[in-house]
Ligand binder design. Sequence first.
Ligand code: NAI
Ligand code: MG
Length: 489
Amino acid sequence: MATPENKLAFDDGWQYSPAPESTDHIKVKKRYGLFIDGNFLAPEKGRYFDTINPATEEKLSRVALASEADVDKAVKAARKAYGKWSRIKPAERGKYIYRIARIMQERAREFAAIESLDGGKPIRESRDIDVPLAAAHFFYYAGWADKLEYAFPGRKVRPLGVAGQVIPWNFPLLMAAWKLAPALACGNTVVLKPAETTPLTALKLAEVVRDAGLPDGVVNIVTGAGETGAAVVGHPGVDKVAFTGSTEVGRVIMKALAGTGKKYTLELGGKAANIVFADAAIDQAVEGIVNGIFFNQGHVCCAGSRLFVQESVADEVIQKLKDRMETLIVGDPLDKNTDIGAINSARQLETIERYLAIGQEEGGTMYQSSCKVPKEGYWCRPTIFTGVSQSNRVVQEEIFGPVLAIQTFRTFDEALTKANNTPYGLSGGVWTDKGAKIFRMTQSVRAGVIWANTFNKFDPTSPFGGYKESGVGREGGLHGLDAYLRLEA
Ligand code: NAI
Ligand code: MG
């Protein structure tokens, strides 16, 4: 076999080629097995499930459904590989992770197209955000592999063992990278379960892991739905659990882990306040509102789904927002001009439509842009609610769709009180010309990430995570290492 090095053309940046004009070159197999111990294996019980393209409802592939016995096999492979992986020279470990990043860059076009096909997100986003950021996470954590003792001066650092990781469907490849990169850099081995509607880029990533020459069993990928996820979380051979998904399942996982001594991180839902003061640059703020809620169809845990506008500029902001919404193109995720792609699944569309009905029943005024949407597939036009109040469900609950609840405020304190009146605490945004207001607001809003005069900006060096019902622990940056290490005196 050719060594990974001579198969690769190394380049330094994490920019890459333009979007595919056609998807003919995209290789999606008719059927995928489970990636266990370095090979794609048939599931023990021979069961498979379909993954579809939510923009057309066409079947893309059949994917293995992992049973408890398959998960057990994957955990045992990871355990066996741990002996080797945790002991190889840290700089060597780093090289493998750099290789994953580089191969991912080389296959970026394919990754972007498959991400958009399987999950419905616009190709512009998968091409410019998801895939490069995923590669950046591997580059970033590769660099830490041989510097861990400098990250925690005076402490001895040890890996935890086998990490069981369960990820959602809104950023399938990026979440896989968030989970795998720090776990591997710290010397752990992994059993990862992708979401059932979007397994394909994780399976492509399994091919990358194999082509990068990682020892067998260091990364195992088991596909399936909630039961498979529960089998990963509950397996006694798993030493650490990392989960991103709904607050509801997060609670179930916390209960399952209570008393087991397993370390865990949970990244759950959100209902972020995006606060626009009268002294903000209004046109930029409107762009930020649009990006905050309509990015990735609003399937974003840190989406700016509650807008608070200072009363004196509310009419202007809302009118400009409506005008801007009219220009947004909803449709084919593979079209480079598309702004809003398909809703990820029929189930998620049902949830969103239920909230549209609830918002109106509660007395809110719903406004949707007048754009056309395709006949087949799952779609939701960009939507805003005005005339809503703090007690409304569309203001309190995570909708996870392109639906914005708008309220007004008069004073700084009123905005702050309203912003913090939520069970969630993941993210927030503030738009103002005054630095002092930025400092006061960012220190007083109870949320893990707060953007000032921007929104939904991500970087591997920056920690991410929530307070309250938004989760436990931090991912990304230096903090993201802590989640995969045992620190000794
Ligand atoms: P979910 O929490 O059920 O799914 C996330 C992942 O957890 C998937 O891989 C799923 O197979 C797995 N899972 C489900 N049940 C499990 C269990 N008992 N044990 C272990 N793993 C399990 O989320 P769902 O139902 O797809 O979406 C429902 C709502 O959750 C959304 O409307 C949204 O509000 C929220 N959500 C939040 C996400 C975030 O990024 N924080 C991501 C996805 C959903
Ligand atoms: Mg799919």
